[in-house]
Write a protein of this length. Sequence first.
Length: 486
Amino acid sequence: MLQQWYMFLYDLDLNNSSLLIAEYLHKKHGSFDSLKYVILNLYKLNCQERILDIMEKENKCLEDIELRIIFYKCSIKNENTISCNMLNNNSISNCKSANNYDNLKFNADFYKSVEMFWKALTKSDINRRNLLIESYKIYSYNIEPLYFLILEELINDVELINLIDLNPYKEVLKEIFTVKYNSEFYHPFYIFLYSKYLYVEEDEFKLFNLSHSSYKLYKHSIFTYLSLGLYFIFKKQYKEAKKILLIWISKNTTDLFIIYLYLGICYSKLRECENSISCFNICNKKMNCTWKSYYYLAYEYLKMTNIEKSKFFYKEGLNVDNNIKIQEGYIILLIYCEDYKEALLYLSNTEHNKTANNDMYKNLKIENTYLNYAFNYTNENLNNNFNLLRCYCNLFLGNINESKKYLNLCLKDYRYYCTLGYIEHLTDNIDNACDAYNKSLLLKESSVVNNLINSAFERDKENDVYNSCTEIFEFLFINNMEIEVI
């Protein structure tokens, strides 16, 4: 059944999903037919170098006439020198025969699903996401929509698992879309999947090996350039990352918005704000059904102190997806604009949403899916940030005891000690204030904290300290904002 499945997907030019199923079967059983369809799909996906690598290791492939012709074509495209002995020792023993799908129950719904999938790819707004989901739901054997939903990050992890559960082969799909790093793979999508995993794991050695070996085997794949870009971003070599991403963009047209996100991040790190905004706008135009482009635009405009545009893009992003990360950015903006009560209301909602999300993940009992891994990566940092934001909302409102309560829940980093010092300073505990300020300075140098410690030594509370809360908040949440891959 699975064999007929990937054959049928291939004949309908649904090559990503056909390759994923064929690869899964080949890894499980090592059959020649599944390997053949791995190669056929790789050819459709323009992965000539990987095909040559496979066929030079698997000489049996050259006995198949279709694969033998593909070998010639790939060799011509890559100016590869063909070994005559290699070909002469392999006689042709298999010619193409018509595929038989008698055991499959593909009906009108399948073709309706395929039509809706191609229609979805013509959209860039929220209809793209909705049509992809509907396409998959109509006939879950068509997993091409699922592939695009994951690639373009248009669904969260709970939605992913719920969609997978609609498929009769849900355990197969869970295994396909689970992050288990393996240096041996065929679909270039895994380059991107594993690169983000290794980036989060901070595994520089494996990330280097993956990105550079991919350049040899998948030279014409956008995922290779994304992986290389991610490696250089990890190394903080933003000029190199920018160069790699621009090479791809200059030679190819692409609708995959993520490459513009990465390029925009590079420009932002290099303080090229206008270029960064331009990249995020391109991304938003290509794919305005994802919250990420709105988040990055809002972030960049806030760094430029363009409050109105920042607020506009945060609100637009929240209309697309009430993602907890974009909520965090919007709450920072609200506090910066002195809307403390509205900020506390949002913080209350985020606590409710976080608890609900954690319950859903716990009930699903899943580990290490691509999207779930990203969720776990940000969860601890977000909890810490939200507690610190609650602390500052209460500080601005004069609720010292409430602010202390939330500060005690925070990680003891430079922000914690700076804030603790400020609260002790406010309550005239000067020795404690100076001690906390010094601990903050040991972790991160700051002129703001230096000024506060001087003020504490001079016991000049009335003139300076009460007016310092905004300056400290800007130091902790605005001036030190760093754009990151999310």
